[in-house]
Design a protein around this ligand. Structure first.
Ligand SMILES: Nc1ncnc2c1ncn2[C@@H]1O[C@H](COP(=O)(O)OP(=O)(O)O)[C@@H](O)[C@H]1O
Ligand SMILES: [Mg+2]
Length: 313
């Protein structure tokens, strides 16, 4: 897509690769940058440099800095088999249906680190469509009516770019209306539902909510998928892949016994440990890797709660 948008512009393959790696970049942004570069070009400045500068400026203007430079590069090996989900239909079947029909709305809910955002990214990749990621907090405004306007603009943008739209961490829009605290406005939720129903493309919503998720709202989505922590089998498989260099024979009985206790472990915990390893450029032994996973596990709210109630010793 980047190459096509840059047709007729003199740029290197390396430059195309560099732009391709930028998450959230849209064809419109590239076209605008190329136009700017064309206007500003002089002998001493390269086309590539100018395009990059303009993209950086537009990123800043859009407040996209956090998403720049592939901030969400995955440190784990992506594998659909690492999903533990509850869904009426199997995930591969849903992906296939989306590919064939080109539209539909999905709600991914479950604990942090269970792979909700990553699945949306995976779907965009399989469908070879750009992905527009909006955090619910990006849309929220204290001014009357502005959140609704932002919501509508988000759907328009996705449609113009023929992109998959991901409204990430949309908790505030999906909270049960009967809840004690009114953390959202009815008109904002309505705007989301209308946008979703009119939307010609694919719309994905993720939330960490479980109990306080509005069930009536949930029913409005074509597909609802509940994400859960890894099963015992998945935990072992992921440990072999990420900590043992895919050598299953290194999984000792002692390691297995310790892994068996980490019932709330999620792919995100493996990612957290791997990120530490990367930053420290350390080599962790299987033992040490597992200790780090145990540390991640210990600080989970579910685990801390269970311990304070005396279920876990
Ligand atoms: N299916 C998967 N296979 C391997 N690793 C995964 C998978 N899903 C998620 N991960 C890892 O877990 C990390 C956290 O996942 P993420 O999608 O951000 O969780 P959530 O959005 O549910 O909080 C990702 O960055 C990735 O490294
Ligand atoms: Mg997420």
């Amino acid at each position: 897509m980047v190459r096509k948008t840059l047709e007729g512009v003199q740029v290197s393959d390396a430059f195309v690769a560099k732009l391709t790696a930028r998450k959230g970049l849209t064809p419109a942004q590239i076209r605008t940058a190329v136009r700017f570069a064309g206007l500003a070009q002089s002998d001493d400045a390269s086309m590539e440099g100018l395009i990059e500068r303009q993209l950086r400026n537009s990123d800043q203007a859009l407040g996209n800095c956090a998403h720049e430079a592939g901030a969400r590069r995955s440190v784990t090996t992506y594998d659909l088999a690492m999903l533990n989900v509850e869904s009426r239909f199997e995930v591969p079947r849903i992906v296939k249906a989306l590919k064939a029909r080109g539209h539909g709305s999905l709600c991914f809910y479950g604990a942090p680190g269970t792979g909700k955002t990553a699945l949306a990214e995976h779907i965009a990749q399989v469908l070879e469509q750009p992905l527009i990621i909006k955090q619910a907090s990006d849309l929220m405004s204290k001014y009357v009516g502005e959140t609704e306007q932002n919501m509508a603009a988000m759907f328009r943008e996705a449609e113009a770019e023929k992109a998959i739209l991901l409204l990430d961490e949309a908790d505030s829009f999906l909270q049960d209306r009967r809840g004690a605290q009114r953390t959202y406005e009815v008109t904002e939720v309505n705007e989301m539902l209308q946008g979703m129903e009119r939307h010609a493309g694919i719309f994905v919503c993720t939330t960490n909510l479980l109990e306080s998720l509005d069930q009536a709202l949930l029913r409005r989505f074509t597909f609802k998928i509940k994400f859960m922590p890894l099963t015992g089998e998945q935990r072992e498989k992921m440990f072999i892949t990420e900590a043992l260099g895919a050598d299953a024979s290194l999984l000792t009985g002692a390691l297995r016994a310790r892994l068996a206790k980490l019932t709330q472990l999620c792919p995100g915990d493996f990612a957290a440990v791997k990120r530490q390893v990367e930053i420290l450029s350390a080599e962790l032994s299987a033992e040490e890797f597992l200790s780090q996973l145990e540390a991640e596990h210990r600080i989970k709210p579910e685990v801390r709660e269970a311990r304070s109630m005396g279920f876990v010793h």
